[in-house]
Design a protein around this ligand. Structure first.
Ligand SMILES: *Cc1c(COP(=O)(O)O)cnc(C)c1O
Length: 357
């Protein structure tokens, strides 16, 4: 549930009053500049959603038909689909237990002569093991694209995600940590990647020659209204992250004595953005998990299952190589994790979970 309690209304009304409602206007550059400044990265390039951000980033990185791009099997479908849009092959890799981020040992084994890059996903707000991933990529001469769609403000050793790799993407969909309704951002420190991404998202138009199109591009532009909302959201991002840390502490406290479940943890040196607070059933299966979710729903508590792995989806169907995903993804439940939750509500959810498991 988005919280729109800051300058959202004021900035949107400013767009309406000034007539700047399309994809030109001062809020676009303000939002991009402030987002880049917040992360500590050189370039931030807005797009109309996180999926198109992934698509243009992959094209700018030079992904071609037949190339192999490594992704974790547990992610939102957009990561896999964006690779497919380029005609490339998403190579699925198993995940670590509990964090459900890409397994670095399995990742190493998945690199072939056709691998051009890796997309680690910071699942539910906990960063993937970036130092190990970057080291492997450097050793193999391939790029890394962070899918930080769920991890605005998350950190590895004090540095924010979205600045760690060759290129990164964020989503501002309505349920993400900050939102523009629909929207996305690509971030990079690389000047030539940045200009390529700007060209591709704006129909491929030459920045120095109006209506001259040296290559096929896309219309993936964000509107000034979206950027106005985004700027107001960004002003409150640190507050949002603090509240999410607090929520996680309340949940940890309320659930620590429930032996049937595994609680989310952050690895040492990693800052979890807690887009989702995820618990896992130690025993049972998908059926028991879904029954628990139904029982929670009967008490007025809306929860979400962890994403089905990509290798279970018809377009990417495979089996055999994903024991951790096959075990943990089907036992995971995302508890309510939004800023309108009070401590009492969290305690109500915790007692419901402990009485029902
Ligand atoms: C939300 C999300 C996306 C895509 O973002 P949209 O803005 O919905 O297109 C990509 N990757 C991950 C991991 C996501 O959670």
């Amino acid at each position: 549930m988005p919280v729109l309690s800051g300058n959202e209304r004021k900035y949107v009304l400013d767009c309406l009053d000034s007539n700047w409602i399309s994809s030109i206007g001062s809020y676009i550059s303000k939002f991009e500049d402030q987002f880049a400044k917040y992360l500590g990265v050189k370039h931030a390039i807005s797009t109309n959603n996180g999926t198109t951000a992934l698509h243009v980033a992959l094209l700018a990185l030079g992904v071609k038909p037949g190339d192999e791009v490594i992704i974790p099997t547990v992610t939102y479908i957009a990561t896999a689909n964006a690779v497919s849009y380029c005609g490339a092959i998403p190579v699925l890799v198993d995940v670590d237990p509990v964090q459900l981020n890409i397994s670095v040992t399995d990742l190493w084994a998945a690199i072939t002569d056709r691998t051009v890059g890796i997309i680690p996903v910071h699942l539910y707000g906990h960063p993937a093991c970036m130092p190990e991933i970057l080291e492997m990529a450097r050793a193999k001469g391939i790029w890394v694209l962070e899918d930080a769609a769920e991890a605005h403000g998350a950190e590895v050793a004090g540095t924010k995600v979205g600045t760690l790799a060759d290129c990164s993407i964020f989503s501002f969909f309505g349920n993400k940590i900050i939102t523009t309704g629909e929207g996305g951002m690509v971030t990079t420190n690389d000047d030539s990647l940045a200009s390529k991404i700007r060209l591709l998202k704006g129909q491929g138009m030459d920045p120095n020659r109006r209506y001259w199109f040296p290559e096929i591009g896309y219309n993936y532009r964000m509107t000034n209204i979206q950027a106005a909302i985004g700027l107001a959201q960004l002003e409150k991002l640190d507050e949002a992250l603090e509240y999410r840390q607090e929520l996680a502490r309340w949940y940890n406290e309320g659930l620590k004595d429930v032996p049937e479940i595994v609680l989310p943890t952050s690895l040492d040196g990693y800052k979890h953005a807690y887009w989702m607070y995820t618990i896992y059933l130690k025993n049972g299966d998908e059926v028991t998990r879904d029954a628990l979710m139904q029982n929670l729903a009967n008490k007025g508590i809306e929860t979400r299952p962890v994403f089905y792995p990509m290798h279970a989806m018809p377009p990417y169907k495979q089996s055999g190589k994903f024991p951790n995903a096959d075990y943990w993804a089907y036992r995971g439940i995302n508890l309510p994790t939004h800023q309108a939750l009070s401590k009492d509500e969290v305690q109500y959810i915790c007692s419901a979970v402990s009485s029902l498991v």
